[in-house]
Design a binder for this molecule. Sequence first.
Ligand SMILES: [Zn+2]
Length: 206
Amino acid sequence: MESFKADKAAVNGDTAEQNSIEGTDSGVSPSDNRSPALTCSVRPKQLSPVYKVQFSNEELKARLTPTQYNVTQERGTEKAYSGTYYRNRENGIYCCIVCGEYIFTSKTKFYSGTGWPSFSDVVDTARVHLKPDGLGCGCGGSLVPLPSRDASAMRMEVKCHNCGAHMGHMFEDGPKPTGKRYCINSAALIFHRIVEKPEGQKETQV
Ligand SMILES: [Zn+2]
């Protein structure tokens, strides 16, 4: 299988990314060729999408590990090859660690060689919220360009549609038939193993 070596800078959020403003109304499109040194004269409007399920920071800090909190609430990225699930090959489903929403299945999981769990699809596109994430405005006056202008380097932030938890990124360089690679942090997921029962009986989650 082809190995997908993601640009580390494109996967690991750097400082600029952490400070970037979400949304597409920053006035900057991925096709812009402006120099990163240009001053951002118009402060973009902060989007505040309302998610169906919301939790207080106090509750999340109490029940999530520091890494889970950083990834899902602060758009952090776990260290490559450090997560629980990047090598998991068991049959089962992957749900949002914050709200429990069922988002990925082991049927579309593949080995990408990136060090993060990778999926070629979601169980339902309505269960994730994708946001363009190639350009960011640090609001410190500088525009941050993509690491590369190649279409394969374009990425979308993947968020749980239910609670808004940051999960990782989606790239357009995945395997067929979807051509997508959802590069997801283990810390954003909880895995439920499915034990297949003999014919006639229902599968059960463990
Ligand atoms: Zn969620």
